[in-house]
Design a protein around this ligand. Structure first.
Ligand code: MN3
Length: 214
């Protein structure tokens, strides 16, 4: 499977909202249509708009058309909104209606090397993601020093992120991702998330990021 949604995240010189890769009701009953529509059409769209606003401010500063005093806020806004845009684009793509095949091949080997087993990965990922304070993300990625898999728990969209981390699997744990259906039960939402993981996409990202992994 090709993982191409990110190629639709920037079009004609602007950040753009990629369409969902499936109908909005395709993930029900794990993720209901209302949650998915609100999340994609309102929340994700707002990050796209925010990233474009911040990028535009920085361009105007460069051209001498806006005060350099706007740069600190604009860079923070760009980091927040662009990170949100990228993570949401990856999130929609790494979900699919069940049933899903378990990870296999090189990805399964890498997961065994780092986490011992799929169960071991899920224990680490669940614990880290469940404990994100406030709003954030659980991420499985490849870190550039060891080129091994690592789990990180990001706050907001961009805090506590490892530089150079290549994300393979991302889980949104902002309340807007689950509160309509699961209320405050983040753990039940994580059960649903695990059922929806598109391991074929995760494996494809792994191959793209980690040729020659050993
Ligand atoms: Mn979200």
């Amino acid at each position: 499977m090709e993982t191409q949604l990110l190629t639709h995240a920037y079009q004609a010189g602007k950040y753009a909202l990629p369409p969902l890769p499936y109908p909005a009701d395709a993930l029900a009953p794990y993720l209901d249509e209302a949650t998915v529509l609100l999340h994609h059409d309102k929340h994700h769209a707002a990050y796209v708009a925010g990233a474009n606003d911040a990028a535009d401010t920085l361009r105007r500063i460069a051209q001498g058309d806006a005060s350099p005093s706007l740069a600190p806020a604009a860079t923070l806004n760009l980091a927040f909104n662009l990170s949100g845009h990228i993570l949401h684009t990856l999130y929609w793509e790494n979900l699919a209606p069940p049933p899903q095949d378990a990870p296999c091949g090189e990805l399964a080997d890498a997961m065994a090397a780092t986490f011992d087993s799929l169960d071991g990965f899920q224990r680490v990922f669940r614990a880290a993601t469940l404990a994100v304070q406030g709003s954030g993300w659980g991420i499985l990625g490849v870190e550039p020093a060891s080129r091994r898999l690592v789990v990180c728990a990001v706050q907001k969209h961009q805090d506590a992120l490892i530089p150079g981390l290549k994300p393979l699997l991302v889980c949104d744990v902002w309340e807007h991702a689950y509160y309509l259906h699961y209320r405050n039960n983040r753990s039940s939402y994580l059960d649903a998330f695990f059922a929806l993981i598109n391991w074929e996409v995760v494996a494809s990202r792994f191959r793209a990021h980690c040729h020659g992994y050993a």
